[in-house]
Write a protein that binds this ligand. Structure first.
Ligand code: FES
Length: 518
């Protein structure tokens, strides 16, 4: 054993190497390229650097680890444990020093790029790699003998303490910098955006003193009829909040082409629709943040997907060219912009906003996002993806070729222009089965796994109630009613084969079938 340069082995990465005796575990992780988080830069404040040392003999690793292979608890760790508590066996990697050969485990919450298994059907693992991180910095105070700006001293501190050079900040952040530095006694936490494009790192938001997060990313789907959004915790990928609203552009026209017509016929038509959707998105962001008692400033990155006309209107581009052949897009590339440019005034000016690329004149960024997520272009088997909204997109393909197309379907599947229609939110009927003998229905609602005829259904849905029917419920109800003979082949409800009059409401030529009476 080389006593002056003990061996340290990190799990689960398996990365190992020798470091000088007395090196902290965090420094060793950085030297060896191990994924160990830190916001406070090793000051014992953030606890992101937690590690779990293992003791004993590890023949596979070729080391023996004794209790004195790691330094004793120091005052910083003792204070942290007293005030906020450390799990049994855990140490702060920035405080614990390596005294002998050592094996340490980096728990998932201490990994920056942790793998997250999504809870959706395919359970594909996602590696978290957010472009925005928090950095805690101590900035030197102004000095009569050293004239210079606070921003420049912040740049120096960032380079010295984190190796981040040439950080940029907007006038909006600059205008708050001095007050924030003073409030934090010259300590400040910055959310800095650095991505793979090579642009200079940029300060997105600042907080006085230490701020440990969480930070959130926001994903928004602007549909023709509804706008749906999810707030995602950037540390672990968990969905912190979901919500949706009706797209206020409906008042300008229910489907895509009627909105293009509105733009053609009214001088400020496109601008009015742009303004309406941006204001609605701001309201949606506020309500999402309120749901989890978060500050909107914790939202540091936004991704939009939309069909091409919604995409153009969100960006402030007149969609008139999309209303006529050859249906030319203003751009078929992804768009990188900021909250300021999109007038998302509830967010910081410099919050990065990304729009996925539109594929063609009427196949939008929403279809691109489905392809990105489901990856039909990597599949051996033929994959069919169907997204039925007010506009429907269909993607078909495998690793040799992928085709996409779209067609208008109307707003009914999003809950518009249908009695009791609604978005797929808790309480909406989403599954329907109709008994072919009795013609009695049973159904499931969003947020409850029980069928309506099962014990416990009433209790399980007491809070949400049964509030309406969403698109998937409509499709299945129509299919089930047709198979049960309640709907004839012309589409008429209450055909001669129907036998359960208690469920039918006859009204001249317009008949109805009652799924649920509330
Ligand atoms: S790096 Fe922040 S507590 Fe260790």
């Amino acid at each position: 054993m080389n006593k002056q340069h003990p061996l340290i082995v990190f799990s689960p990465s398996g990365m190992r190497g020798r470091v000088a005796k007395g090196t902290t575990v965090l420094e060793a992780a950085r030297q060896l390229g191990v994924d160990l988080d830190s916001v406070c830069g090793g000051r014992g404040i953030c606890s992101r650097c937690q590690i779990l040392p293992s003791f004993g003999s590890f023949p596979k690793l070729g080391i023996k680890v004794s209790a004195d292979s790691i330094s004793e608890w120091n005052k910083v760790e003792e204070r942290y444990d007293r005030v906020r508590g450390l799990k049994p066996g855990r140490r702060l990697g920035c405080q614990a020093r390596i005294c002998g050969d050592l094996a340490v485990d980096v728990p998932p919450e201490s990994q920056v790029h942790r793998q997250v298994v999504r809870k959706s059907a395919d359970r594909r693992p996602v590696t978290m790699d957010p472009a925005v991180h928090l950095y805690f910095v101590e900035v030197s105070q102004p000095d009569m003998d050293l004239p210079g700006g606070d921003y420049q001293r912040l740049q120096t501190a960032l380079e010295e303490q984190w190796g981040i050079k040439n950080v940029q900040l907007s006038l909006q952040v600059l205008s708050r910098l001095q007050g924030t530095l003073k409030q934090g006694d010259w300590k400040i936490t910055l959310a800095i955006h650095q991505d793979h494009t090579g642009f200079a790192p940029r300060v997105v938001e600042i907080w006085p003193g230490f701020f440990g997060g969480p930070l959130y990313g926001l994903a928004i789907d602007v549909g023709s009829t509804t706008v749906a959004a999810q707030l995602c915790n950037l540390a672990d990928g968990a969905i912190a909040a979901s919500s949706g609203i009706m797209n206020p552009q409906i008042r300008f026209g229910e489907d895509l082409m009627s909105r293009v017509s509105y733009s053609m016929l009214n001088q400020s038509g496109a601008a009015d629709m742009t303004s309406a959707v941006r204001i609605a998105v701001c309201g949606l962001i506020q309500s999402l943040a309120a749901t989890i008692a978060a500050d909107e400033r914790q939202i540091v990155e936004v991704v939009f997907v939309c069909n091409p006309i919604m995409h153009h209107l969100l960006l402030g581009i007149d969609p008139v060219e999309l209303g006529q052949a050859p249906f030319a897009l203003a751009t078929d590339a992804s768009v990188q912009t900021t909250a300021r440019d999109l007038e998302l005034v509830v967010l910081g000016n410099d919050v990065p906003v990304h729009l996925l690329p539109c594929i063609a004149g009427h196949v939008g960024a929403d279809a691109a996002s489905v392809i990105l997520s489901e990856q039909p272009h990597k599949s051996e088997d033929l994959v069919l993806l169907v997204d039925v909204g007010t506009n429907a997109e269909i993607v078909l393909g495998d690793k040799t070729r992928v085709l996409a197309c779209s067609s208008p379907t109307g707003p009914a599947f999003e809950g518009a222009q249908i009695s009791a229609g609604q978005r797929a939110s808790p309480g909406a009927i989403e599954r329907v089965e109709v008994c072919k003998e009795s013609l009695e229905p049973k159904f499931k609602v969003v947020g409850c796994d029980l069928w309506s005829n099962e014990d416990g259904f009433a209790d399980a849905t007491a809070q949400t109630g049964i509030t309406g029917i969403c698109g998937s419920g409509i499709i299945e109800a129509i299919a089930e009613l047709r198979m049960a003979g309640v709907i004839d082949k012309s589409g008429l409800i209450g055909a001669a084969t129907a036998g359960n009059e208690s469920r039918l409401i006859r009204d001249g030529r317009t008949n109805a079938y009652v799924l649920h009476r509330s």
